[in-house]
Design a protein around this ligand. Structure first.
Ligand code: BDR
Ligand code: CA
Length: 317
């Protein structure tokens, strides 16, 4: 049986590929997409989710907008990485995508989706954890309907937005703390894992060789993303963070996991938003998460290229 999934995201170049992977692979049943303020405002991330679905022919998956700011403080965006639109690179044009926005808000869509599905559903957040924390606080009675949370965020090591903190967690540390303290099974893919999954020139040319309108759009996304990662971080190829989550659901052997206690730093003078991962087991705190470690990089890119191929051919029919 395919894994029933709700994606909660802030597209975002790497979020976009995660939507494609979840929609394309038969091991995943993509029930809903919810959006959150993160890489850009929630208006922009919602429009971007609709644009990606329209371009890939993903129809019938409801897309609802969630929170426009973190639980505390002002929102943070990643314009230096994802551009002014949140998905710079391709020319999407000014027209409205022909995939609608669901009139419900994200919290209501998550609630309705959990209630409607006969089995517990996996939540896959790849942006700030604001929507998920808000949902857990609002609907404790529905927590048994959540199978597990598989998220991109944090790191076992250092950050990318401050020396200590990764972007998704730094955007809303209080929300992340609520999620990591929830008692739900959590699998975390942080920068220590995602930085292994770089879109090299070889990967980009494999996608280009597919020769569909969707593959061209994917190349434009990766080319823009490569430019900002080169300028901002000096990387020779950009890491495609978010799709490690769905790749893990499709093939759990692709990324090794260790169990550990993960705490979110809420107050540190220089370290707010850091995930403190007790890999050595020195704190005595019980493990509350599985943490992604070593990535089968070739296997990961096989899944991504295949997803672009399948959707590109399907939407060209
Ligand atoms: C995370 O931050 C965002 O910019 C990406 O979409 C990813 O979810 C990486 O730190
Ligand atoms: Ca993201």
């Amino acid at each position: 049986m395919p894994v029933p999934v709700i994606l909660d995201c802030d597209p975002g170049h790497d979020d976009a590929f995660n939507i494609l992977l979840a929609a394309a692979h038969p091991a995943v049943d993509l029930l809903a997409v919810t959006t959150v303020a993160g890489n850009q405002t929630v208006e922009k991330t919602t429009l971007n989710a609709r644009r990606v679905c329209a371009a890939a022919g993903i129809r019938g998956v409801p897309i609802a907008a969630g929170r426009d700011r973190p639980l505390h403080g002002p929102p943070l965006v990643a314009e230096n990485i994802h551009g002014g639109s949140g998905l710079d690179g391709p020319g999407f044009g000014d027209g409205e995508p022909d995939v609608p926005q669901d009139p419900r808000d994200a919290r209501t869509l998550i609630r309705d989706t959990l209630l409607a599905h006969p089995a517990p559903v996996t939540l896959v957040p790849t942006g700030p954890l604001t929507n998920i924390a808000t949902f857990l606080l609002a609907h404790p009675e529905l927590i048994p309907r959540i199978e597990r949370i598989v998220l991109m965020g944090g790191s076992t090591g250092r950050g990318n937005t401050t020396p200590a903190a990764e972007f998704n967690i730094l955007c809303d540390p209080e929300a992340a703390d609520i999620v990591f303290s929830s008692g739900l099974p959590i699998t975390m893919f942080g920068l220590n894992a995602t930085h292994q999954a770089r879109a090299t020139a070889d990967v980009v040319s494999r996608i280009a060789a597919l020769g569909t309108p969707l593959s061209r759009l994917c190349v434009e996304l990766l080319t823009y993303f490569a430019g900002t990662y080169r300028e901002v971080f000096g990387f020779d190829a950009p890491p495609l963070h978010d799709p490690l989550t769905v790749a893990h659901l499709i093939d759990p052997s692709l990324i090794s996991l260790v169990r550990a206690a993960v705490s979110v730093e809420l107050t540190g003078t220089y370290t707010r938003g850091a995930t403190v991962v007790d890999l050595l087991g020195v704190t005595g705190r019980p493990a509350n998460a599985e943490v992604g470690m070593e990535v089968d990089v070739a296997g990961f890119w096989e899944l991504i290229v295949e997803a672009v191929r399948v959707l590109g051919e399907r939407s060209g029919d």
